[in-house]
Write a new protein. Structure first.
Lengths: 224, 224
DNA sequence: GACTTTAGTTTCAGTTGGCTACTAATTGCC
DNA sequence: GGCAATTAGTAGCCAACTGAAACTAAAGTC
């Protein structure tokens, strides 16, 4: 028995459900809306004639008070059926919001909570899991981590952002070597002293063209 | 002016559109339906209460006469608007069918055509492009190529299948080395003599568990 | 028997990636 | 001032991986 059914409203043929993620206080947070005791992801009924991505951006603005630095559609979820609007199908999106932008005016009932205590169930739990998975794979294809940092940043901050998003630690020397080889950042002539320790040089995102490699096949991830 | 609008029928809120791909005669083929002069992908209106994947499987069976060896949802497409059923949204699926299975009884107006001469336009052209892209990335995560071969096969056949699906040549020694390292196949004691040349040993797909590696980040694919 | 064709292996060199260990520059504390 | 602690950044080693070329092996063709 879902909310929409209880209310007696006709469920829309599909809804747009949004996973907004943000790095806050060293942990990945997700924006949820609370309806009394139950938590759910922000969702909206589609407006006819409006592009899906546009609807999702509007939804983000309405609930988080800001537009995501990066957003992408996951796919359409039909299972499990448990959904706050009783929509048979949810078209799900993931987006990221920088820590600074989480200070924006939130929508009614919306708040940022740490991933671990999102308290979702049913379809929304599945969507959240898929969202994090997709975000992590997209880190290698889109400059998502850079969008979550100020325009200049230290390499330690960048590495920290990657670690927070991925959820596991990275090796400092290797991280910097790969970054160097990819010509993605360029040093500024500024340095930042952050309390203790040697000051760090500030960098800016400044990708240059490189030849695209990659030929062989990897079988490593191919489970049975 | 689309077909559904011309016919005066009410378009469904969303349709399920299917890209079926198959290796035939050394080239990747796609299943299209022809409506007089215009070609389009197989599509169907959703049945309420039916899971999306189930609907898509039914659609495959109806049009290709067989169920795909592998199938996955792409995502929901809203743009471009041009669609044979005038559906505002298409939930798209990709599936693959082995060459042998393309001999099944095809649906009305359906036929296999080489990718290059699919002759699609509008939303279906976008869906086809996305389908091939997704298939190629999934080759590293799902045993798709193996599903398209008989239960025993030579390593040259396997490599040929990968090359056909990927669309570019692979290096023989490297291919076999990677395969070896992944413990994915095991040799049978049979050999096949195919006209000229040394007979090839037959292998079967027989994946064993391996430790999952992967720690660092790759920046190689991260364009500006 | 020599040539061609396909299968399968070996070797080599260049690249990558993780690890340890180092140097450098700053703050805090005595 | 001087030394420990802390953070930034680099250097070198080694094992693993990859692409290319060159090799051996086994069949058919002429």
């Amino acid at each position: 028995m879902t909310a929409a059914v209880r209310r007696g409203t006709t469920p829309p043929p599909y809804s747009i459900d949004l996973v907004l993620l943000a790095p806050r206080e060293g942990a990945l947070h997700v924006l949820i809306e609370s309806d009394g005791r139950t938590a759910h992801l922000p969702w909206g009924a589609p407006k006819s004639g409006e592009a899906l991505l546009t609807s999702s951006r509007q939804l983000a603005k309405r609930t988080a008070g800001t537009e995501p630095g990066w957003m992408e559609q996951l796919h359409a979820f039909g299972d499990p059926l448990k959904h706050p609007a009783a929509a048979p199908v949810s078209i799900a999106f993931v987006g990221v919001v920088s820590a600074a932008a989480t200070e924006g005016r939130l929508g009614d009932k919306a708040r940022w909570v740490p991933m671990a205590s999102a308290g979702l169930s049913g379809r929304h739990a599945a969507i959240l899991a898929a969202a994090v998975e997709t975000l992590r794979t997209r880190l290698e294809y889109a400059p998502i981590a850079f969008k979550l940092l100020p325009s200049t940043f230290t390499l330690s901050e960048l590495q920290g952002m990657y670690e927070l998003l991925l959820g596991w630690p990275l090796h400092k020397a290797s991280f910097r070597r790969s970054l160097q080889a990819a010509y993605l950042v360029e040093p500024t002539d500024e340095w930042r002293s952050e309390g203790r320790g040697r000051p760090a040089q500030l960098y800016r995102f400044s990708p240059r063209k490189r030849r695209q490699g990659r030929r062989g096949v990897r079988f490593d991830f191919l489970g049975g």
